[in-house]
Write a protein that binds this ligand. Structure first.
Ligand code: ZN
Length: 100
């Protein structure tokens, strides 16, 4: 492992924690039972919405705002990228592409 790989890894792990915190923050609570909700897809329309994690015991749901859904999609994509970099750093895989 090169000496600066360790610094990169520290940065990637910090970024990963930030993204996970942000995703958690963007997840609403169930209006009935106060649990963190999970993203569901409506059978009929195929549209995403927030459902209660203990459905059918609790029927709480919330609509999902398109802007919030877009932001979460971007954060998930960034999280995947950070995870890929962490894997590369820890396994000594190929260097990240230099795309400058
Ligand atoms: Zn609930």
């Amino acid at each position: 492992m090169k000496s600066n790989d360790k610094d990169d890894l520290t940065q990637h792990l910090a970024r990963k924690a930030d993204i996970e915190k942000e995703l958690y923050r963007l997840t609403p609570m169930c209006p009935y039972c106060d649990r963190k909700m999970k993203q569901c897809i409506a059978n009929r329309s195929g549209k995403p919405f927030w459902g209660c994690p203990v459905f059918p015991h609790c029927s709480g749901f919330r609509g999902m705002r398109p802007r919030g859904a877009h932001r979460r999609r971007r954060l998930r994509a960034e999280l995947a990228e950070v995870m890929r970099r962490i894997a590369e750093t820890t396994t000594g895989g190929p260097d990240p592409a230099d795309d400058t």
